[in-house]
Design a protein around this ligand. Structure first.
Ligand code: SF4
Length: 455
């Protein structure tokens, strides 16, 4: 997600901001701008470049905008799910974009429908729009705060009205959102790599349970929840975010490298060469090589023009994606004992294929080392791994996983090792969520979510 307030090229800058965060969602893209009189929208399914041409951007006038790239969870594909969503009423228009998952959305929707609300989409953004309007016709800060207090889940929201831009983070800070500056203008982005691309300077992270309001009057902050501990999604560091982003004041590449170092301490192996699965595992592979003293080599190369396999919606598409995406470098792996570092194993599809590729290219041994703990539990907080059945580590012991992968050995990083690699300083609230690995859910599960209401 990306938002901007107070810049003449608002839509264009939002486009570039979204470009930097395209890896966060590839199923759709959209921008809403505020031209001072009304909110204007352009969105569609597809990659950002397919959705936006220069004429589309040229029509999005105004000095404020929000944009979103759509990441599919629960098969919510299709135009109607592409964000931002724009709602009109007699009291004005409002555009909303969000990332994450509202766990009590179904219950709240039922309550609102019983009170007479009519929903046009299945989107959580529409749910928030109804909750805000329940507190009065005008969109106001108290109305938004009261709406957020009804939500249980992991989320970040951007809300654009005709005179304000709001940005909010869930009470546990599971999803990231940062504020930056371009001169006098404010920008908000899911990842700081977007700031670098648009020439913005990082200002600060939005705090868990914080609502930031940006308007002509400047920037204001209010809290709708204050917790002792942040629980930023560990998978943001492991896999999801770009290495050049900083999350909670920790650089993603540096944390991945430390994951590799910790993994090497925990699970060394006799080998000739270390290689990483591009791109997200390369940092950990460099760390592993550095710690063991083994040479790091590019044993696998990536075809740049194929999307990420993990965020493709169906299993069939994922398998096709893996085949098109990676190739082994025979000259590097032939006759060698290879340590293959991967950031994580979710379903196992990619790892099976890669081990096979490396062996077919002549690798004598393939030792799989995973720079995060086994993923055994579903995520209820907005990452697409919603059932235990699809998770290889939920159903198999390590030796069985080794057999399925066709590897010579398999080892994972421990939860302690992962925490050591990510959390530099607990006193500045750098806690993480690792529920998919440990089963300790900071915002509860489907069964007990109600007890996690803010008040
Ligand atoms: S359960 Fe896993 S994927 Fe979901 S928010 Fe927590 S760490 Fe991230």
């Amino acid at each position: 997600m990306f938002g901007i307030w107070g810049h003449k090229q608002a839509a264009e800058i939002t486009y570039y901001g979204l470009h930097a965060t395209q890896h966060r969602g590839q199923e759709g893209a959209g921008i809403v701008s505020n031209d001072g009189a009304e909110l204007l929208i352009h969105k569609d399914v597809g990659l950002l470049n397919d959705v936006f041409g220069r004429p589309d951007l040229g029509q999005l006038n105004g000095e404020a905008a929000i944009g979103h790239v759509h990441y599919v969870t629960n098969q919510d594909t299709g135009y109607e799910n592409v964000q931002p969503h724009l709602f009109h009423s007699q009291s004005g228009s409002v555009a909303l974009a969000h990332s994450g998952n509202i766990m009590n959305a179904h219950d709240l929707r039922g309550e609102l429908e019983n009170e007479g609300s009519i929903f046009h989409t299945k989107a959580d953004t529409e749910l928030l729009a109804h909750l805000i309007r329940r507190n009065g016709k005008e969109i106001t800060e108290p109305g938004i705060i009261s709406a957020f207090k009804k939500l249980v889940g992991a989320y970040t929201f951007l809300i654009l009205t005709e005179d304000k831009l709001y940005a909010a983070v869930d009470p546990f800070g599971i999803r990231p959102l940062s504020i930056g500056r371009i001169g006098e203008s404010y920008v908000v982005a899911s990842e700081t790599c977007a700031f670098d691309l648009v020439g913005a300077k990082f200002d600060r992270e939005i705090l868990p349970g914080e609502l930031v309001t940006i308007s002509r009057a400047g920037i204001e902050s209010a809290r709708f929840a204050v917790r002792e501990q942040r629980h930023l999604c560990a998978m943001e560091y492991v896999y999801f975010s770009r290495p050049d982003s900083d999350l909670n004041y920790v650089n993603v590449h540096a944390s991945r490298k430390r994951m590799g170092i910790e993994l090497a301490k925990e699970a060394p192996v006799e080998a000739d060469v270390v290689t990483g699965v591009p791109d997200s595992s390369i940092s950990a592979a460099i760390g592993y090589a550095e710690q063991t003293g083994l040479p790091y080599e590019m044993g696998l190369i990536k075809n740049r023009y194929v999307g990420r396999t993990f965020i493709k919606p169906s299993q069939e598409m994922r398998e096709q994606g893996v085949k098109m995406k990676l190739s082994p470098v025979r000259g590097i792996v032939e006759g060698k004992r290879v340590v293959m570092i991967d950031d994580s194993i979710v379903r196992g599809t990619t790892s099976i294929r890669i081990v096979k590729m490396l062996k077919e290219a002549g690798a004598k041994e393939v030792h799989v080392r995973i720079a995060s703990p086994p993923i055994k539990n579903p995520c209820y907080y907005g990452i697409d791994m919603s059932t235990r059945e699809e998770l290889i580590a939920a159903n198999k012991e390590i030796e069985d996983i080794r057999e399925v992968l066709g590897a010579d050995s398999v080892a994972y990083l421990s939860p302690d090792g992962l925490e050591k690699a990510i959390v530099k300083d607990k006193t500045i609230n750098q806690g993480i969520c690792n529920a998919c690995m440990t089963g300790q859910y900071p915002v509860g599960t489907e069964e007990n979510k109600q007890s996690f209401l803010t008040n």
